[in-house]
Ligand binder design. Structure first.
Ligand code: SF4
Ligand code: SF4
Length: 204
């Protein structure tokens, strides 16, 4: 019979006195170290849907889907795939919303019954479409964010000042309809770069 080594005997004695080394997970939740860098989570209130986090993510754990013909209106779905994420924190570092649109948490749990359905987190943001061609321009919150950042310079283009004035309730759609000339009134709309160029260069 093979006798146990002294080290094994010591460990067995210590385990009898102090309890086992292994944790009773999942009955007893594991509490990570205070400095533990866990998976990031979106903050629906703070995120403006700018896609900077998607750009910098080294493993493609962040993606988006633009829905332009949904019943609830145009929206951008921001998706974080938790099973792909390596918890590096680059998304938080690049987040334009004061690093708060997506933030690292202490969450580390990565076991799922249905990986395809459960290993992701998603939030919806309102999407602004071009008022002529209908192509997505940016999220409404992102346009407001840019407009606030650049201050009075936002009044150089209706694409930036209209969302702001509409959100403040200062103007509504009627101001556009009040202009009789079709070509000129098109300029006072929220437009993508191509339609802005066409209406500016081709209407008199
Ligand atoms: S923590 Fe790193 S890997 Fe995970 S989503 Fe953010 S940038 Fe991507
Ligand atoms: S606001 Fe932050 S979290 Fe939201 S899309 Fe931009 S970078 Fe990502």
């Amino acid at each position: 019979m093979k006798l146990p080594k002294t080290r094994e005997l010591k460990e067995a004695m210590a385990a009898v006195i102090k309890g086992p080394y292994t944790a009773k997970f999942p009955e007893v939740p594991h509490r990570p170290h205070p400095n533990f860098r866990g998976q990031p989570e979106f903050d629906d209130e703070k995120c403006v849907g700018c896609l900077a986090c998607e750009e910098v993510c080294p493993v493609g754990a962040i993606a988006h889907k633009d829905i332009t013909d949904g019943k609830e209106g145009p929206k951008r779905i921001m998706i974080h795939y938790t099973d792909v994420c390596i918890f590096c924190g680059q998304c938080e570092a690049a987040c334009i919303a004061d690093h708060e649109g997506i933030k690292r948490s202490k969450d580390w749990e990565l076991s799922f019954f249905d990986r395809k359905e459960e290993a992701l987190e998603a939030i919806d943001k309102e999407l602004q479409l071009c008022e002529i061609c209908g192509s997505p321009i940016a999220c409404k919150g992102h346009l407001r964010w840019i407009s606030e950042k650049i201050g009075e310079l936002a009044y150089s283009t209706p694409t930036l000042y209209l969302p702001r004035l509409r959100s403040l309730g200062i103007i509504d759609e009627n101001i556009v309809g009040a202009l009789k000339d079709k070509g000129r009134s098109d300029r006072v709309k929220i437009l993508c770069a191509r339609c802005r160029r066409e209406t500016t260069l081709t209407t008199s």
